[in-house]
Design a protein around this ligand. Structure first.
Ligand SMILES: O=C(O)CCC(=O)C(=O)O
Length: 210
């Protein structure tokens, strides 16, 4: 399938309907296994004490929501070691980045599950290494399931945000000058997943190079 490439801002590439329905089904099955498996998903508590509104699993390295640092074990939760990023996930993320004009070697994948009330506040992805951030190594995001009202802002929290409906199978890549733009998810639109996918809710995978 030739994706519909929509470039909105420098460093931002939105590949709509990048994955076929069959590819989405395969990825959905993998995500479910990961979320429900050993060292699976949990609802993180952030450093201010609030609970996030997603279930999260980190692969490759664990992002600790209390320290905002990456680590080998889930020390804020159950102390279990982090599973590696599956090879097929790495290949897919590299392919997407390549199609978006970026080269990178992803070694972190954060899998988030959003139920009907799922959301994520505006934030920057800025906890990767200084070398990765200064190189503008991209974040590659993949959406599976219900459409999300994804908000994409500027480099300051107070900058205006643009809502972007990320649908199932969409890939969204931001790197270079856009790498530190604020972003978040204000809501999920229940019942919008493709017919035949068999999911209520949304998985999002974000790949990064630490
Ligand atoms: O779910 C999304 O589309 C965004 C996820 C995100 O911003 C993150 O994991 O840092």
């Amino acid at each position: 399938m030739i994706p519909d490439v929509k470039t909105t801002l420098p460093g931002v590439v939105w590949l709509e309907r990048y994955l076929s329905l069959q590819e989405q089904k395969l990825l959905l099955a993998r995500c479910r296994d990961i979320m429900d498996g050993p060292a699976g998903g949990y609802v993180p508590t952030v450093r201010g004490g609030g609970k996030m509104h997603v279930r999260m699993v980190c692969l490759g390295r664990h992002w600790n929501p209390r320290t905002y640092r990456y680590e080998d074990r889930r020390s804020d939760h159950d102390g279990l070691p982090v599973a590696p990023v599956p090879v097929a996930f790495v290949s897919l993320a590299e392919r997407i980045a390549g199609d978006a004009g970026f080269a990178f070697q992803p070694d972190v994948c954060i899998v988030n599950w959003y139920g009907p009330d799922g959301r994520m506040g505006l934030h920057q992805d800025k906890d990767e290494s200084a070398a990765s951030l200064s190189a503008g190594s991209p974040v590659v995001s993949l959406s599976i399931g219900d459409t999300a009202r994804f908000l994409f802002g500027g480099l300051r929290r107070r900058d205006p945000v643009e809502p972007m409906p990320l649908a199932s199978g969409d890939a969204f890549v931001f790197g270079g000058a856009a790498r530190l733009r604020y972003h978040g998810v204000s809501r999920i639109m229940p019942g919008t997943a493709p017919e035949g996918l068999g999911v209520d809710g949304r998985f999002n995978l974000t790949f990064r190079q630490y």
